[in-house]
Design a protein around this ligand. Sequence first.
Ligand code: PLP
Length: 381
Amino acid sequence: MTQIPYGRQWIDAEDEAAVLAALRAPMLTQGPATDAFEREIADYVGARHAVAVSSATAGLHLSMMALDLGSGEAITSPITFVATSNTMVQVGLTPVFADIDPDTLTLSPSAVAAAITPATRLLAPVHFAGLPADMTPLKALAGDHGLKIVEDAAHAIGSEYAGGGRVGNGLHADLTVFSFHPVKTMTTGEGGAITTNDAELYERLRMLRSHGITRDPTRLADQPGPWWYEQQAMGLNYRMTDIQAALGSSQLKKLDGFIDRRLAIVADYRRAFAGLDWLTLPPDAGDRRIGWHLFTTQFDFEALGQTRAEVMATLAARGIGSQVHYIPVTRQPWYREHLATDPAAFPNAEAYYCQALSLPLYAAMTDDDVAQVIAAVRALA
Ligand SMILES: *Cc1c(COP(=O)(O)O)cnc(C)c1O
């Protein structure tokens, strides 16, 4: 029996042809295909600039580096992948967690307000499962306290903010980071992008992405000849290859179709699961377009009389993968040891985690796959 995973990529003949063409081009690493992909991403989300990078983790790290915030505190959600807060630690910021709003599963603005101290420098909301965090109050808090905002939009390409506009349009954050890992809504194999409307941050990101080196004649202090370049900042190699960018451009053409398919599957699940009182469905975003990355449900395992491990095993036996997004970062051994995090201080995150289970959601799911998941979940009770 083929297993239906919780998420996976869609790759078609067009994507294969795009990658093959990139392999036959003179330049394999960051080159013209990356420039084109960056322009397309910026246009798609409605931002002035985009910088393609080797992963969203690299993008988060580069964003924190470019903001140059020194030491201080950065606030994020415990319900995220560890990369959000790890990259804070990697630039010398101290992650501070604020609880989620149980209705949206994203950062609670009131919890953020309570977590702000004179040492706070940065807010890093996570657009969990594709649903944007409540940016209006978060942006107001940032304005009041002189904080920068980096959005972790790894899940949220193509999603709309509550007030309209696509995530990453540069109107709600200094920098927005997307992921193109294969389980995300579109893929470049590994890869990510940062979008911004800030021309200075854009130039800084580009320099830091490639060792802190510039060849731009308008930026060079000296120009003794054509061989010349200057390392003006301490950077890394976080470049995307043209092979990945070619795949990205091909995928981006299909992104709205991927999102349509995801929305249709979510609608099927919502209809099929509406009557199950032991199952809480993902937040409802009304008629706003959300590029749902995950179908995160909450099981009342007690009412069901089965543990999460038992439910996962039963689903797996019926060919269905499921996953927990996420173990709260506050529970991770590194965070407990180095930052003395106390998971119990985030009761909404804990309550969510104890019931969390993501069911399969990806554009390449067939109607039969969806029906198989629905039947298996309904048969649990
Ligand atoms: C996937 C993910 C990342 C990291 O993305 P990569 O491209 O794999 O580095 C960061 N944050 C969140 C919330 C993610 O889901």
